[in-house]
Design a protein. Structure first.
Length: 279
């Protein structure tokens, strides 16, 4: 559940990159009451709807780094594509100070890589969000370098909770495991819905009804996981009558070579690929 944690800024917030994830966070911050005058966006070509939001709210757009440095930002959120980090970050080194927290959501960019681009003294939190952040139901997992203070960690938590739940790991390599589960995970769920719909068609249902059933079932079950206190195993058992139709299906899904070992192999492949991309 998304927290009502208050975002307490001691200086401006600079958002670098206003693509899908950056703009989702921007909308979340505004919904949480962050003052537009405290937000500055750097993006050479924001999408029309994002450009309109920035203009309508009076948010600063594309101020120079020197002008931003003079305002002593409390936080700089790096939301540019990983392949652009090498070009964008060096010019932001002027913003590095003990009072400025950098939050990077660029997949595959390590803390070591960020320090090489921004300098040894950067206070940085590496965060891995996922796409449901665009509807306020994201999951973000973070790791902070040793220079990040307790108050800066709390600030990162509050900012990221504006678009969903937040967790922390105590070892940076675990971010690759997070990528394999929650980062890539929405695609697994979407594929599950595809497969369910295809199975419905194979049983004689129309394409439209099969997809409607799959969408409603996946989203409804997800909402039960979100709202109810029971864990997934308990919820599964609650809807499985001995000898019934659900049990018959689960005998296949939970049998030898079923969904559990397949998901383990899939997650391991995603983790291994994340490691490769981070080198």
């Amino acid at each position: 559940m998304v927290s009502d944690m208050v975002i307490n800024l001691q200086g401006p917030l600079v958002l670098v990159g206003a693509g899908k994830m950056g703009s989702a966070m921007l909308a979340g911050w505004l919904d949480k009451g962050l003052a537009p005058k405290d937000i500055f966006v750097r993006d050479p070509s924001p999408a029309p709807d994002v450009a309109k939001l920035i203009a309508d709210k009076g948010i600063g757009l594309n101020a120079s780094v020197s002008a931003l440095a003079a305002r002593r930002p409390a936080v700089v959120v790096l939301a540019v594509k990983p392949q652009l980090m090498g070009a964008v970050l060096p010019e932001l080194a002027e913003l590095v100070s003990p009072d400025t927290l950098f939050i990077s959501i660029a997949a595959g960019t390590s803390l070591f890589g960020l320090k090489e681009l921004l300098g040894e003294d950067v206070r940085v939190v590496r965060a891995m969000p996922n796409t449901p952040a665009s509807v306020g139901r994201g999951m973000t997992v973070c790791f902070a370098n040793p220079l990040v203070s307790a108050s800066q960690r709390n600030l990162a938590d509050a900012l990221l909770q504006a678009v969903g739940d937040v967790g922390w790991v105590d070892s940076e390599p675990l971010i690759d495991a997070v990528t394999a589960i929650s980062g890539s995970g929405p695609a697994y769920v979407f594929y599950l819905a595809e497969c369910m719909a295809a199975a419905g068609e194979a049983l004689g249902l129309t394409h439209e009804l099969s997809m409607q059933l799959a969408r409603a079932t996946v989203s409804g079950a997800g909402e039960m996981l979100h709202q109810l206190p029971d864990d997934a195993a308990t919820l599964r058992k609650n809807v499985t009558s001995p000898g019934g139709t659900t049990a018959a299906a689960l005998d296949v899904l939970m049998g030898e070579g079923g969904l559990s070992p397949l998901m383990r192999r899939a997650a391991a492949a995603a983790r291994d690929r994340a490691r490769e991309l981070g080198k």
